[in-house]
Design a protein around this ligand. Sequence first.
Ligand code: ADP
Ligand code: MG
Length: 696
Amino acid sequence: MTTSITEIFGSNVFNDKEMRDRLPKDTYKELQKTIKGGLPLNPKIAGAVAHAMKDWAIEKGATHFTHWFQPMTGVTAEKHDSFINPTDDGNVILNFSGKELIKGEPDASSFPNGGLRATFEARGYTTWDPTSYAFIKDGVLCIPTAFCSYGGEALDKKTPLLRSMQAINDQSLRILKLFGHDEVKSVKTTVGPEQEYFLVDQKYYEQRKDLIYTGRTLFGATCPKGQELEDHYFGTIKTRVQNFMKELNEELWKLGIYAKTEHNEVAPAQHELAPIFSTTNIATDHNQLTMEMMQRIAKKHGMVCLLHEKPFEGINGSGKHNNWSMSTDTGMNLLEPGETPYENAQFLVFLAAVIKAVDEHQDLLRLSVATAGNDHRLGANEAPPAVISIFLGDELTEVLEAIEKDEDYKGREKEVMTIGADVLARFKKDTTDRNRTSPFAFTGNKFEFRMPGSSSSISGCNITINAIVADVLKEFADTLEGAEDFEAAYHQLVKDTIKEHKRILFNGNGYDDHWVEQAVGRGLLNLKTTPDALPYFVKEENIELFMRHGIFTREEMVSRYEILTEDYTKIINIEAKTMVDMAKKDILPAASKYSSKLVQTVIDKKAIGLDTSYEMGVSQEIAAELQKAYIACQDLDTKVGILASIADFKAQADYVRDEILPAMDALRTPCDALERIVDAKCWPFPTYGKLLFGIQ
Ligand code: ADP
Ligand code: MG
């Protein structure tokens, strides 16, 4: 097995080994400057790279190529072109030019672009991101690309991510220089996203319009067994699921994705896959590919992979834990507490920067994970509340408290401690005491951001983390570079930062309701819904922050705000329409039909003098719920109509939150009540029981 894994690993990737083997030495070296050193690609070598890439792809059976990109739709996009070019004598040659590698021109007008629509032509450009390897998927050579408008505005999720990585690189290097690390040439952020998902049997899925149209169940009475026994978590994996995981792993390995751990999650039918971490833009590309492969391979096994944040009410939803850190080209993890006092001081400066960034920009972090789907999950019992806080663990918290108070750490001889002292020498990495309820937890040498939803690209939250940390590092570097006494200056800086931002530190149970109260008392933001959170994106200070680091232009931010807000409205509008459809065409007729059966039975029984209390009782219950459901359905239908008449996108989203969502709940309640009393054989679609426990 081991040999076969090493054989297949990366076999569909035009990776470093292939480049070294196939490119002329000079070309390879030149390309490395771009990949490793972040220099712009030398157009002179593009032709040679394209040629080698094409030969490799054709040997692997590829016939087409595509610029693979990540528009604002949430899924990846590709437009396939074949390598074929006609020759004069009526034959074909297989061609792929440097120009085709570097730049593509998909029609941009059919992708979401917010207000940017007005300012640019329909033409959009895709440009190769040479730091993310090309790969073959389904016989197509896929070239990871960024997607911009004619005017250079980003229309995708990769461009700003790359810009944010550049920002954090620039600012971290300034700090590292002060600590004497002249040898460090680049700093990259690293990410390991743990992906949760559900698997349901395809035959049940196909009978549910809600799953088909919206990815989640809009109706469904809870079944007698849920997740209360916690017997699924880390439990034995069912054979069918195991076969799926095996094939998924192999396909991911071929794509050079380090799929590492897999296990059952807390909810029945829920699972998780974690890769080994990599550079953020690659981790983001890989996570998109992972989600695509999960869905595709599940189908081959007669199952459907649900990536929605909350497919089932009353059952844990799915998230994506974004493990994040920063590391240098020399292999130093900047969030790893060091061995020497000086290294510890450096660690504390970077740690302080993250703490300040998270506290000052709770709004941006919160909105970076704000989607219609994730709103169901945040603050429920399986995910952090919508309040941001940081978990550091008791030991590290004590260290910071000691620094803040100029005390020595843990009862040592009292002396004014500088953070350059060996304060962290005895600080052990706290790996056992995990706090799984914290939205932003320090886990020894990285932070785990646990709020992102399972279906979203991790681009958004990483752009944000990179941007806000880069901004604080800039401020730190500005202060420290001007300091006469560097040691005294960073000591003061760390101390002041802790004092000012310790309100964001919370080691307790984040799922506890009291915490939300306490947090609000501390002045922390509690932005419960997506329409509450999104407007913060275009607050002037936030626009300035992203502009300061060249991550977004003002126009890009305004357009993204519009796209994200419209997304929220569109998603819930589809859900509402699906509910009306299912209620009108399936649920109400089924309940009515069943009740007329009961009524007929009553007539028959009465004719021969039998007791009819059961039939009468149930008929009455059905009649009562049917009436409620009918009224609620009419009401929701009316509101969907009103929504369509609202012109402003912000007003639409508010209307959805305030009127449509409550109307959806009002319709669901009587329909679920009907499901509980109507004969199972008459119910129009599979129950929660079948969906959650249907895979054997
Ligand atoms: P858990 O108990 O949450 O599964 P792990 O230690 O296994 O924790 O790590 C979870 C994820 O964190 C993995 O994807 C792993 O690769 C990633 N990870 C580990 N170190 C780093 C790092 N320095 N930067 C980013 N991600 C990391
Ligand atoms: Mg985790």
